[in-house]
Design a protein around this ligand. Structure first.
Ligand SMILES: Cc1cc2nc3c(=O)[nH]c(=O)nc-3n(C[C@H](O)[C@H](O)[C@H](O)COP(=O)(O)OP(=O)(O)OC[C@H]3O[C@@H](n4cnc5c(N)ncnc54)[C@H](O)[C@@H]3O)c2cc1C
Length: 401
């Protein structure tokens, strides 16, 4: 059998390649630049470490607290805890320069072939796919013949474009990594800070995520805001200035954040996963877990249906994905528009985060990817709190804009 070609050896592509290689399916991974570090906050749920067998040594810091800062600097501070009391609930802070090479190397160790080259063309023929790429070392054009392709090449996916798919609107995110002295790091401790307000993000949020010896300070914003990003980040740094004193910026990074999922992710001899399929969750901007999960599910579909690589056979992946996660994506898109829609709603969102039921349900679904049924008493308490907050912030004298 010809190999499966995976385009992109980041979190999604390496997970897809590893799943195939472990099942003894020949797989070639094409990565345009092995030294590139994906711009990313690196926040990961604990379930990812179990599900994808990632060693805990790749965690740079475990975050145990979250703090939301409203536009008027009211705060909601709460522990990272799910519905049950567990000893070790946390949000993992990883560094992509550690995580990506680990996942890539594991796929290679399990039998995947890794080529450093940039995909430039795909030709779909009756007996396979001919992929043309530019080899990074020699700068020569080369081609390879594959049985099918998994496009894991991120937000600007060449695979999606060559499949005739439109470029989707995407959010943008900008981030600086700032090294701090141990004393200053202590100020950030084990807390992830999220900042709301049109000065730092008109329709998403800004963040400070602590790692072992530095903080990742960033802002996200909706489509069409690329030009404003530097100013938003400057505003955020001004807002938290004192706590970054003497910090040394050692990396500035920015990238698209695709939160408009593609309806069509399966084709004749091809599938799209992760950012290439727009699978970043709204509200949180979480994409690492979803890239790995979609990589695993797309590969598992291939393992189940090979040698049948028809669109009908590969559509199993797409159907299963939207059956399992469609409601979650729709809810998080709605929550993003509702909670970050304007400054008053951001205040309401902050109030909502003070509600214990909201905190526990949010972290249960984030950390363990389980949509727990919400008891009626909790529903009542959450609805009551939201109505009170909504009235408070929309009454004359409440926060405007
Ligand atoms: C600033 C920022 C902060 C973020 N913070 C978080 C966070 O804290 N937690 C979280 O869960 N998510 C976060 N995300 C989202 C997360 O980074 C992505 O969702 C995730 O990396 C998607 O993984 P992927 O494998 O689909 O694609 P990517 O990680 O984008 O990787 C695509 C790969 O394909 C390669 N490639 C591209 N084109 C070609 C080509 N033509 N030929 C060969 N190779 C190619 C690229 O070099 C790259 O290695 C953040 C995103 C940004 C921009």
């Amino acid at each position: 059998m010809k190999p499966i070609l995976v385009v992109g050896a980041s979190v999604g592509g390496s997970t897809a390649a590893n799943t195939l290689a472990t099942a003894n399916i020949p797989v070639v991974v094409l990565e345009r630049d092995l030294s590139w570090v994906k711009p990313c906050g690196g926040a990961l749920p604990p379930v990812a470490f179990d599900e994808f067998d990632i060693p805990q040594s790749l965690i740079s810091r475990k975050v145990k607290m979250a703090q939301i800062h409203s536009p008027s600097e009211r705060t909601a501070r709460f522990a990272v805890t799910g519905l049950e009391t567990r000893e070790d609930d946390y949000v993992a802070m990883a560094r992509r320069e550690d995580l990506d090479p680990f996942l890539r190397q594991r796929a290679v160790d399990n039998g995947a072939e890794l080529i450093e080259g940039k995909l430039i063309d795909l030709k779909f023929e009756t007996d396979g796919v001919i992929a043309t790429y530019t080899d990074k070392q020699t700068t020569q054009k080369r081609s390879l013949h594959a049985e099918a392709v998994i496009g894991a090449d991120g937000a600007y996916s060449t695979t999606a474009r060559l499949l005739g798919q439109p470029r989707l609107p995407y959010c943008v995110a900008i981030q600086e990594r700032i090294r701090l002295s141990p004393d200053m790091m202590d100020r950030w401790g084990d807390t992830a800070h999220l900042y709301l307000g049109k000065d730092v993000s008109p329709d998403l949020y800004a963040w400070v995520f602590p790692k072992a010896d530095h903080v990742a300070v960033g802002c996200g914003a909706g489509p069409g805001k690329t030009k404003e990003m530097r100013q938003l980040l400057a505003n955020l740094k001004e807002r938290i200035g004192a706590d970054l004193a003497d910090g040394e910026v050692f990396l500035e990074e920015a990238h698209a954040l695709p939160i408009h999922p593609r309806r069509k992710m399966a084709f004749e001899r091809a599938m799209l996963i992760g950012d290439a399929a727009g699978l970043v969750a709204g509200t949180s901007g979480e994409g690492i877990y979803w890239a790995m999960k979609s990589g695993q599910q797309a590969s598992q579909t291939l393992i189940d249906v090979l040698p049948d690589v028809s669109e009908k056979a590969l559509s199993r992946y797409q159907k299963q994905w939207w059956k399992e996660y469609g409601m979650m994506y729709r809810f998080l898109r709605w929550l993003q528009r509702w909670g970050y829609g304007n400054q008053r709603q951001m205040e309401v969102f902050t109030d909502m985060c003070l509600n214990k039921d909201v905190q526990q349900l949010t972290f249960e679904s984030y950390m363990y990817k389980r949509m727990a049924p919400v008891p009626w008493l909790s529903q009542l308490r959450m609805t009551g709190d939201i109505i009170v907050s909504q009235v408070r912030h929309y009454m004359p004298g409440g926060l405007r804009n």
